[in-house]
Design a protein around this ligand. Structure first.
Ligand SMILES: NC(=O)C1=CN([C@@H]2O[C@H](COP(=O)(O)OP(=O)(O)OC[C@H]3O[C@@H](n4cnc5c(N)ncnc54)[C@H](OP(=O)(O)O)[C@@H]3O)[C@@H](O)[C@H]2O)C=CC1
Ligand SMILES: Cc1cn([C@H]2C[C@H](O)[C@@H](COP(=O)(O)OP(=O)(O)O[C@H]3O[C@@H](C)C(=O)[C@@H](O)[C@H]3O)O2)c(=O)[nH]c1=O
Length: 297
């Protein structure tokens, strides 16, 4: 079975590619912007493509005729999305439209990666049936892309996730563990919010969840995240403890003390029982996640 994975240079992509490549049932086509940044470049094909270019997208899918498309690429810096709305719409919505149009010709099963930021954060944790109401531009583009997926003539799945952490080679964005570890090691103080709630997700768990969806060609929306609800401050304290770093450098603050361009939802987090029951999804605890991340550093 041919699986085409977008965003292969990203945090999730870098974990999806080896996971699918080691399963002999799959032939993997990885696609990213520019050069391949994965440390291991064997066992799959890499095709550079800018997904904002509809003809590149068309050619790519026409050439490979994938059975499954996993669309993980996106503009993910939430504040950049708020500042550069046209670029964000182009990356997150138009690129998804081009992929869907091309995938309709190859009749691919389409898996779209989405986010807890589709919700307003007033009534988390959220299940798949809850109504979306984004409060950031990034969230709004993900809702618009979800609608395109849902209205397509394809068989589809939307995998939503929350605050993903883990290790990637040459990453373009940090995540809670690497951010806390790097700063505390340098003796720097950090202000960390204690009035936002998330169910943080180990990237390996998210990749495994996507693979369960692909293996079963499970259709519909799936919430795939960790199972523990924590604030970023609690995550930071646990990270400091695990790496034996000074927790005194962490200052507990309210989100209102930040002046970020994009609003963040206060309480998200996911109810994951659908994924557990229907897919057999079993995430690690945050403490286990720290151990796994530590081994990879
Ligand atoms: N990280 C998180 O906390 C969360 C992520 N998600 C979603 O999960 C998915 C994967 O996220 P993650 O791996 O963490 O994100 P990353 O930002 O690490 O990866 C996204 C990838 O998309 C690529 N990309 C962006 N624009 C284009 C384009 N025009 N053409 C080709 N490639 C492009 C980027 O390329 P380049 O590397 O060159 O910039 C990058 O490699 C995304 O859809 C995201 O919205 C959802 C919830 C939480
Ligand atoms: C920069 C910063 C962040 N934080 C907290 C707020 C936030 O909850 C958490 C992560 O902040 P960031 O700005 O890195 O990430 P943020 O943009 O909030 O993260 C989001 O990314 C997109 C892609 C998603 O889809 C979401 O699920 C979510 O994880 O850390 C602080 O407490 N202090 C800080 O100085």
């Amino acid at each position: 079975m041919k699986v085409l994975i977008t965003g292969s240079n990203g945090l999730l992509g870098q974990h999806l590619i080896p996971l699918f490549s080691k399963d002999s049932r799959y032939e993997v086509i990885a696609t990213g912007r520019g050069a391949n940044r994965l440390p291991n470049q064997d066992g799959y094909l890499y095709e550079p493509a800018n997904l904002r270019d509809s003809s590149s997208v068309n050619q790519l899918l026409q050439k490979h005729q994938p059975d499954i498309v996993i669309h993980a690429a996106a503009m993910t810096q939430v504040d950049d999305c708020e500042r550069n709305k046209d670029a964000c719409w182009d990356c997150n919505v138009n690129a998804t439209r081009y992929l869907l149009q091309a995938a309709e010709k190859s009749k691919s099963f389409f898996i779209f990666l989405s986010t807890d930021f589709v919700f307003d954060g007033l009534q988390g944790p959220y299940s798949e049936e809850d109504a979306v109401n984004p409060i950031s531009y990034y969230g709004a583009t993900k809702v618009a892309a979800e609608r395109l997926v849902q209205n397509s003539h394809l068989s589809w799945s939307i995998v939503r996730t929350v605050l993903v952490y883990g290790i990637a080679a040459d990453p373009k964005r940090s995540n809670i563990i690497t951010w806390v570890k790097t700063n505390l090691e340098q003796g720097k103080k950090l202000k960390v919010v204690d009035d936002q709630w998330r169910t943080p997700t180990l990237v390996q768990d998210l990749a495994a969840g996507c693979k369960l969806v692909a293996d079963k060609k499970a259709t519909g929306i799936y919430h795939i995240s960790g199972s523990e609800t924590l604030t970023p401050y609690q995550m930071a304290v646990q990270t400091a403890g695990y790496f034996q770093l000074n927790p005194q450098l962490l200052e507990k603050v309210d989100a209102k003390t930040f002046t970020q361009p994009a609003k963040r939802p206060a309480k998200t987090g996911f109810v994951i029982s659908k994924a557990v029951q229907e897919l057999g999804y079993q995430p690690h605890s945050f403490e286990e996640g720290l151990q796994i991340v530590a081994k990879e550093i």
